[in-house]
Ligand binder design. Structure first.
Ligand code: SF4
Ligand code: SF4
Length: 304
């Protein structure tokens, strides 16, 4: 099952929650950092990194000697990455989405495939605290890291997701980018369950509403985590009640959490009071996934 941990805005504690869940997860698991603009899950899980590779996107390269300036490629490109200006075909590589359409349609074969580096894909492994047998187990780790100056994260995110092994019985925990724009939707769209982390403030509620609005049409089971509960008001809980969104966890504000965070520690390990809260969150997420399978396709339950 795939679980996406998301948030309508940054700074809610999404990565803190993801790291704790990954450390406590009681089944085979891979933790994936898809917050490729600012990946920081590794700072808490401290995985042993075993490989790093460059991720590239195919973009066109022009052979000006062949180009007749017919303009067909520029007319086709929906992203305005090509433009005929006087006697020159201009190419704006940073605007290219790599669809390959212009290469296929150029009648003069004046465009050939080239590459633009998107960033790196890093993989490794870490130790969780528990398994069904009660022993620590080895878990997978995967992370995308966008190149500084690169504007488009979804192509890199897709390449990270394409490297996920299709191992039956292995769960995937995704640390999603904050917000509700393209990268955030890209991160949650393949998930079986979405966890929305927020905080009990007017700002938290505002962006939580946006996230519910953006992700609800995907039709996936969704639950809320109210982080730093007690510092603000009950607006998020009231909104969840009105919208029929279950609150799967309320993580009380605790100075020890901030201290553990600043030391790069998994808070569920460092703050014993939170251990039970996060284990209960894990159980609710797994319960939502099981319910969604049985509702969607009873045959799948037999194989879950
Ligand atoms: S379609 Fe080919 S020939 Fe026409 S403008 Fe584009 S690159 Fe040049
Ligand atoms: S590959 Fe697609 S997005 Fe890129 S320049 Fe060609 S048509 Fe435009």
């Amino acid at each position: 099952m795939i679980y996406a941990i998301a948030s309508g805005k940054g700074g809610t504690g999404k990565t803190t929650v993801t790291a704790s869940l990954a450390a406590l997860w009681d089944r085979p698991v891979i933790a994936v950092d898809l917050d490729v603009e600012e990946p920081n899950l590794h700072l808490f899980l401290h995985p042993e990194l075993t490989s790093e590779e460059s991720a590239c996107m195919e973009i066109p390269v022009l052979d000006a000697a062949r180009c007749t300036l017919c303009g067909e490629c520029a007319a086709f490109c929906q992203f305005k990455a090509l433009s005929v200006m006087g006697k020159t075909l201009l190419l704006f590589p940073e605007m290219c989405h790599g669809c390959g359409g212009c290469l296929a349609l150029c009648p003069e074969k004046a465009l050939s495939p080239g590459g633009r580096e998107l960033g790196q894909i890093v993989s490794g492994h870490f130790r969780t605290d528990h398994s069904s047998s009660g022993r620590a187990q080895d878990a997978g780790f995967l992370m995308g890291r966008l190149r500084v100056g690169e504007a488009m994260s979804p192509p890199l995110m897709r390449q990270v997701k394409a490297r996920l092994p299709q191992t039956p019985g292995t769960d995937i925990l995704i640390d999603s980018p904050p917000g509700v724009s393209c990268p955030a939707v890209n991160a949650v769209m393949d998930a079986d369950v979405i966890v929305l982390v927020t905080e009990p403030t007017p700002f938290g509620l505002h962006d939580f509403r946006l996230a519910v609005e953006a992700f609800r049409p995907l039709g996936k089971p969704m639950g809320a985590v109210v982080n730093r509960a007690g510092i603000g008001d009950m607006g998020v809980q009231d909104f969840c009640r009105a919208q029929g969104i279950p609150v799967w966890a309320e993580i009380p504000f605790n100075r020890a959490v901030a201290e553990a965070y600043s030391r790069g520690e998994v808070v569920a390990r460092a703050v014993p009071e939170l251990h039970a809260v996060l284990l209960a969150l894990m159980a609710r997420m797994q319960g939502a996934a099981a319910t969604s399978i049985s509702t969607a396709n009873p045959a799948e339950v037999r194989h879950a």
